[in-house]
Design a protein around this ligand. Structure first.
Ligand code: HEM
Length: 354
């Protein structure tokens, strides 16, 4: 442990004089001074500080996962940090309420002074997105050149450099692929499991045919078509030749599924919590994005954003389309009741000491 080298003064340690000298409203003192611009600056700065903490925690998670083997102890550390990120996200969401104590009329007083600056240029927010697995290539709605063009050269470089590294999504995919359960020769799990899922989907089909008497034939067909598509994607999971449309590899999906199905086994409890935490974080970002879009609508109506996008419409689309871990959410399609799950043999349990 490091030793204290001498008396430390609170304000010096936290560099409070520097920190509190960085709020510089563009509206000037006097007649045109806008009282709420201070709130606007402080709220954004607080966000950026929390983004900094999220990046700090995420970097450590990347380091742990970017290894050939991840010990159970390290999985515990990762989980604790993911849980911390979730708590921070709770704060990020509730801070929008503070922002909304500023009325649209108050905002209008200084909005034009900000053009073309926008949260769109928050390089730390982009770093978090990229680290999570949303690269500029697969982001929805905004052309990549436009997107990068809003950032200055140094910030563009930060994002492009980060994109050269594997994202958390890539690392999770590789970690799931490495897990041994789907390759075990003695354990015929997947055959038994496929029979159960087929029975379950057949049950759904019969349910629609028999019990949905009130449905029009068009509605019934939509339901049956959905079931057919589920059956097909499920069959594709086990067919090495079939085209794969998910971002997680087939192997990673099967192993992820195994974790979900056997989450009560002690060995799977932390991996299960970890996958759940990733879904929570993804969902929390989506909730924040959606809530932020509502706030932008309230503040701007249908005006365009200071960053030049279509405003709240762009933000709403981004909320829906910029989700990253949807493949994990989709796994629920293939869950079956515990009663039909085969028992895991002890020999495999031994091998699963990951
Ligand atoms: C009065 C309050 C706010 C309004 C009216 C507003 C409006 C907007 C608009 C219209 C955009 C779309 C880009 C553009 O054309 O400018 C945007 C993007 C963004 N804003 Fe805000 N914003 C506000 C507050 C905040 C706060 C407090 C944060 C916290 C950091 C924030 C973070 C972001 C981020 C990260 C984006 C990029 C989202 C994406 O591309 O998916 N905004 N904002």
């Amino acid at each position: 442990m490091n030793r204290n080298q001498g008396p430390v003064y609170y304000g010096d340690y936290l560099k409070l004089n520097d920190l509190c000298a960085t709020q510089k409203p563009l509206s000037v003192e006097g007649d045109s001074f806008c009282h709420d611009e201070m709130l606007f600056i402080v709220v954004h700065q607080v966000y950026e500080l929390w983004f900094k903490q999220i990046i700090h925690d995420m970097k450590s998670i990347h380091t742990i996962f970017n290894q050939p083997n991840v010990s159970e102890k390290n999985l515990g550390t990762v989980l604790a940090r993911l849980e911390r990120i979730k708590k921070i996200q709770g704060l990020l969401l509730s801070q929008l309420e503070v922002m909304e104590t500023m009325t649209p009329m108050d905002f209008l007083e200084f909005r034009d002074l900000l053009i073309p600056a926008s949260g769109f240029q928050s390089v730390q927010f982009r770093e978090i997105e990229v680290m999570m697995g949303l690269s500029t290539q697969n982001r929805e709605s905004v052309d990549r050149d436009f997107f990068l063009g809003r950032l200055n050269e140094a910030d563009q470089k930060r994002i492009l450099d980060l994109e050269k590294l594997p994202s958390l999504f890539d690392l999770i995919n590789a970690w799931l692929e490495r897990l041994p359960f789907t390759q075990d020769k003695e354990f015929n799990f997947w055959n038994e499991y496929q029979v159960s899922v087929k029975k379950l989907l057949q049950g759904d089909r019969e349910h629609v045919e028999k019990n949905f008497a009130g449905l029009s034939s068009r509605e019934k067909n939509i339901q049956l078509e959905n079931i057919k598509q589920t059956e097909e994607t499920f069959a594709d999971l086990f067919d090495k030749e079939a085209t794969h449309t998910k971002r997680l590899s087939k192997q990673a999906i099967l192993n992820g599924l195994f974790i979900f199905l056997y989450r009560d086994e002690p060995i799977f409890q932390i991996p299960h919590m970890l996958l759940t935490a990733l879904m929570d974080i993804d969902e929390n970002f989506t909730t924040w994005r959606y809530r932020h879009a509502m706030m932008a609508h309230r503040m701007l109506g249908t005006k365009i954003g200071t960053g030049g996008s279509s405003g709240h419409l762009y933000l709403k689309r981004a909320a829906e389309n910029n989700r990253v871990y949807t493949d994990l959410f989709d796994l629920s399609t293939y869950l079956v009741p515990k009663t039909v799950l085969p028992e895991i043999p002890n020999s495999l349990k031994e091998k699963m000491k990951i």
